[in-house]
Write a protein that binds this ligand. Structure first.
Ligand code: HEC
Length: 460
């Protein structure tokens, strides 16, 4: 079928052209994290290297007898060969990721070498996706493949719960952190970082033992946190006037600096490309976009209302296209064009059907936003409506919703395969596991006191 493969090559070339030069494939990451996948034995499967160092067009260098990995020179050749099946910035456009992935999980139709991964949650698949997205070796020292976990903080508790999304059960607990606020995970899962409102510290937790190993003093009372893409810095929102973002160095485990911003900070995010840390202020009614290279504010956007949770939509090259922000008292979200720094529209969530009572507690109507890893869906919580909504991207059409039998859907995190949403129900002490395609709740997972922020992490 020469025509088919010719068309495929053309499509790949076009896709490669539209990919940004900013997403580069890292050689060291390939050498240390990707190559071991080619030699790993999966039960019932032939190893990649057993076919791909001989007959196939996509060629690995032959492994010298008895050796488990390639020389530097051969690794370079392998890297050059495998670049061809990658679209930097787009895991799901890269044949390395779609060919050995089960068709039902988003893979392509057929691979003569079989389907090695049943889900995009698979740790090996996630490693390949991280490489496609431009992750570098210096940012991750992981050796053991990890497991997808939902990290659920309990804002009025003294513990943090770890949920396995495969079973929807609590499988671990971090104790000794009172009034936990935000959580972030090192890219290699070796550590979790949790902001501690009782002690005004950033607590460092070992990713394997789940024990607190260090408490790093902050410049003030913290709220939410975020970690840089390379894992070198944790950004902590300081929720007291005049307002700051503390920058914690993860090598020294000390506060490196505090970046002054206008107004107490509620949430901090790092954009998917890692270029900016973005803080939002309720009191200051603004968003401050900080350049992660210079660690200086790059621009500020003012609103008429306090700024609550945010989410970031990607361009095909991984850079940020739009910022979605929830605002105090507004039951919906604002849409901001990231390039021009302008709010372009405001989307209101559906009005409650007559006879249904809105839930009016706290200062926000809509709290919790997330975008699926495949970039197709925006998930939006509404405390007022006791509901969770799904919108299509980029056109922002309402796809579906689910009613929550509880008080205050407060935060949401999604699984890497874009299939499940985990919504923390703050007033009812459970996490609702929602299937995104059908927008149906599939499990209710009891957790601690007043669960709010949650994240998805890959733990060892
Ligand atoms: C049983 C032998 C065999 C095994 C094992 C195998 N492959 Fe393949 N693979 C092939 C063959 C033959 C082709 C070319 C025909 C096709 O596309 O199915 C191919 C094609 C590919 C392609 C597309 C190459 C291109 O030029 O477009 C990729 C990517 C790939 N394999 C990756 C892998 C990975 C990663 C593994 C291990 C997880 C693996 N393969 C395991 C035989 C194998």
């Amino acid at each position: 079928m020469p025509t088919v493969s010719f068309l495929w090559v053309m499509a790949a070339l076009l896709a490669q052209q539209s990919a940004a030069p900013s997403t580069a494939l890292d050689y060291d990451f390939f050498k240390t994290r990707v190559q071991p996948i080619f030699t790993a034995k999966r039960p019932g499967h032939a190893r990649c290297v057993s076919c791909h160092s001989a007959g196939t067009p996509l060629r690995l260098q032959a492994l010298p007898p008895g050796s488990v990995t390639w020389s530097e020179e051969d690794s370079r050749k392998n890297f050059e060969a495998f670049r061809r099946v990658m679209v930097p910035g787009s895991p799901l456009a890269s044949r390395l990721l779609t060919h050995p992935l089960a068709t039902e999980a988003g893979g392509d139709l057929f691979h003569n070498g079989g389907k090695h991964w049943q889900s995009q949650n698979d740790a090996e698949w996630q490693t390949l996706a991280a490489w496609a997205r431009g992750q570098t070796a210096s940012s991750s020292t992981a050796t053991a493949p990890g497991k997808v976990r939902i990290i659920q903080t309990n804002s009025a508790g003294d513990n943090v719960h770890i949920i396995d999304p495969a079973t929807n059960k609590v499988v671990g607990e971090i104790t000794g952190i009172e009034v936990s606020h935000g959580a972030a995970a090192a890219p290699d899962g070796s550590r979790l970082y949790i902001s501690n409102e009782a002690d005004s510290t950033l607590d460092v937790v070992d990713g394997r033992t789940l024990k607190v190993t260090k408490k790093i003093p902050l410049s003030g009372h913290p709220n939410n946190i975020a970690i840089g893409r390379d894992g070198r810095r944790v950004f902590v929102g300081i929720a007291q006037a005049p307002g700051a973002v503390d920058v914690i160095d993860t090598a020294s485990l000390e506060r490196a600096k505090s970046i002054p911003v206008k107004g107490a900070v509620h949430n901090v995010y790092v954009t998917p490309d890692g270029r900016y840390a973005v803080s939002g202020s309720i009191a200051g009614k603004n968003v401050t976009v900080i350049d992660t290279q210079t660690e200086q504010p790059a621009w500020v956007l003012d609103f008429d209302l306090g700024v609550r949770p945010m989410a970031f939509e990607r361009n095909p090259d991984g850079s940020t296209k739009r910022l979605f922000a929830q605002l105090s008292e507004f039951n919906g979200f604002a849409v901001v064009d990231f390039a021009t720094h302008k709010e372009v529209t405001r989307i209101a969530l559906p009005v409650l059907a007559p006879g249904k009572e809105p839930v009016r507690v706290g200062g926000n109507a809509s709290h919790g936003l997330a975008i699926t890893a495949d970039g197709t869906t925006l998930i939006v919580n509404s405390r007022l409506n006791s509901a969770v909504y799904a919108y299509s991207l980029p056109d922002l059409q309402l796809l579906g919703s689910t009613d929550i039998q509880g008080i205050d859907p407060n935060w949401v995190t999604l699984t890497p395969d874009s299939k499940m949403a985990y919504v923390a129900i703050a007033g009812s002490n459970f996490v609702s596991a929602i299937d995104i395609k059908s927008m149906k709740e599939v499990a209710r997972i009891p957790v601690g006191e007043v669960p709010k922020r949650n994240i998805t992490a890959i733990l060892p």
